[in-house]
Design a binder for this molecule. Sequence first.
Ligand SMILES: Cc1ncc(COP(=O)(O)O)c(C=O)c1O
Length: 438
Amino acid sequence: MNAWKDADRDHAWHPYTQMLTAPEPLGIERAEGVYLYTSDGRRILDGISSWWVNTLGHSNARLNKALARQAEKLQQVIFAGATHPGAAELAARLAAITPGELDHSFYSDDGSTAVEVSLKMAAQYWRNKGEENRTLFVSMTNSYHGDTFGAMALGGSPVFHANFSEFLFPVRRFDCTREESRKNTPAASLEAPSDGSLEEILQREGDKIAAVIIEPVLQGAGGMILWPSESLVEIRELCDRYGTLLIADEVFTGFGRTGRLFACEHGPIVPDIICLSKALTAGYMPLAVTLATAEIYNSFLSEDRGKTFFHGHSYTANALACAVALENLDILEDEDILGRISRIEELFKERVQKLESLPAVRSTRAIGSLAALDIEVGDSAEGGYLDAIGPRLYAEFLERDILLRPLGNVLYFLPPYVITDDEIHRVFDAIEEVVGGL
Ligand SMILES: Cc1ncc(COP(=O)(O)O)c(C=O)c1O
């Protein structure tokens, strides 16, 4: 046993982990491409992109160089009253590539903070405009927007957030039809109850609503749920008709995950605010951006200092992270990464469809670099995040040196874009074998 593993066991508290019963964590000493290398000599395929962040593979040569170059120049500087070339250039690049005219970037550190920023921006936008009654947020059932208090309120997951329910502000939730081949009823995943359709909610309380927030086209932690892109257009139209803001949380879907650079392009629609993180730095550095329209940004411009956006984090616009994000954008463009994702999607659709005939498979779906299946076997009939089948599958795939981390009874494969066709087939062969044996 390495000494550092003892230190981990004695002192490190891991996320989403029952520290009493969880198996010993994988000890990863280095990683390259799609592989994680353990201290005991194993090579494990990273089938979940290290919690959905790693897109261009581990230890990408161009990103490594960009990071090293930046480390020689500037690592971090306060972003209030100071700026630096990387943050400025990245804000301009993001304004150019995001949908519509989302021209103003506010930096933070991770997906949850990007969402918190979006909520505070929306709330203060209405206040700055004198519409102080607009204090309600609307989210989708099965949504997940992060683990900070505002983000938890939006998600309202009985599994993840029940211990904090007294602290969460009220939110209205609407359902969206799922788009997937389905043999049976939906798995209960993060379900908090619905308050009706979005139109009903807006009809009832439209003048109180500050913003509607969605995970466009693909809901991640709620169970890798795919919903129809036509609904994106409907949601945008409803927000316009009732005069409320639309926030697109693209923390998970941004930067190619669904086959387009941003999932909003499937509509296409333009949100008023977009939240980005995870693949923004291709899994290298914690960084997030919340981009807003000029309409929102301008409402904060005033001689009245009370209209200032009083929000910020110590590491806002970290220079190392911005340098990596810029190199990531260059790679996305000049290495035709979207072309590669479209090939991955083709293969995924082909292979995932074949899994439908397995008795334990209830439904399947694939988009961009995601393939997912809902599983139902005798002891997992309850479904949902706490379904016993999740840990069982996790262990079975690890035995085959593949890291897949099911969301309860939802098994998904979400590799870095640099995975080869052969590696994709290897993982699907393993899925066929493991799930076929259930
Ligand atoms: C759509 C979405 N929003 C927000 C978050 C929260 O991001 P983070 O874990 O970086 O705080 C996640 C994380 O999975 C997510 O999928």
